[in-house]
Design a protein around this ligand. Structure first.
Ligand code: FES
Length: 292
């Protein structure tokens, strides 16, 4: 009987001893990521072609696709940090998402889980575990153009900044009807359905980002022993409860289900944008659940 390596080297594309439906997972990834890319591109372009109703914000709600909102396309924006786009900015690039979306997309593109998923789903490289990618098989690792994947450790820092921004957006969505020019916290405290959706979005993105493999290494790596007495961090304390160990355990507990967090947070960020978009153009109301 031939070894798996021989099979991978000498057989046609898709040859395998596996008897399960190995193709279902890469196909699901292909469909899911393709739908997200199509929706995300449409939403990125939407404000350029609909500047009068860009669907970016509604009252205290701000879509996560456009947050932080650096420049707005509408003079009535409540969230724009620096007002309208400057006049020299090309009209065909007047989407606030262009300025910021590269960071969360960079995080996902270089994410260890997504790399595995899209190499299989889009490049069939390999199609799945123990499935031949044909006679072209020659694994070279993530070299040459794929070296950009090493940027992941930096994208995770940006991802943490985005978590802070989106959490702030969710808190801000508790305050409504502040007088023009007054700080948002002077508004009425109201819990809307949109507030809960923004909060859940920030929570799921936190679960995804704080379970990152790079972050896990950042908080727990470069240490040979968490509990060793020689570790200066443990001086005078119970060695089993060093801060780094606690953080590492927390990141590890999220990391176990990193792929699940990845998919739920991806779906949620698109749904949150869709919700704010629909509310802003009046397709459905943002129901008030509680007023204080
Ligand atoms: S490994 Fe997935 S976000 Fe870092």
């Amino acid at each position: 009987m031939q070894s798996t390596k021989d099979l991978l080297n000498n057989y046609d594309f898709g040859s395998t001893y596996r008897v399960d439906r190995w193709w279902s997972q890469p196909m699901g990834v292909f469909i899911g990521l393709s739908l997200f890319v199509i929706y995300g591109t449409a939403r990125l372009l939407y404000p350029i072609f609909n500047p009068s109703a860009p669907g970016i914000e509604y009252g205290s709600l701000l879509s996560p696709f456009f947050s932080p909102l650096l420049f707005s396309v509408s003079p009535e924006s409540h969230h724009a940090l620096f007002g309208m786009f400057p006049t020299f900015w090309p009209e065909l690039l007047r989407s606030p998402a262009i300025l910021i979306l590269w960071a969360p997309l960079g995080l996902r593109l270089t994410c260890y889980y997504y790399r595995k998923a899209y190499y299989r789903a889009f490049l069939s490289d390999p199609p799945a575990c123990a499935v031949s990618e044909g006679r072209r098989y020659k694994y070279a690792g993530e070299t040459r153009v794929f070296l950009f994947q090493n940027l992941h450790r930096y994208f995770v820092y940006l991802g943490i900044i985005f978590i802070c921004v989106l959490t702030f957006d969710a808190i801000r969505a508790l305050f409504w009807h502040a007088p023009p020019g007054a700080p948002f916290w002077t508004g009425d405290v109201e819990l809307h359905v949109g507030t809960l959706i923004l909060g859940l979005n920030a929570l799921l993105l936190s679960g995804y980002t704080f379970g990152c493999h790079s972050l896990r290494y950042l908080v727990g790596g470069n240490s040979r022993c968490f509990s060793c007495v020689s570790n200066p961090e443990n001086k005078g304390k119970d060695p089993t409860i060093s801060k780094r160990y606690t953080l590492w355990r927390f990141a590890s507990s999220l990391n176990v289900n990193h792929s699940t967090w990845a998919w739920f947070s991806l779906f949620m960020v698109a749904f949150t944008d869709f919700y704010v978009w629909m509310v802003s153009i009046g397709v459905w109301p943002d129901i008030i659940l509680l007023k204080l």
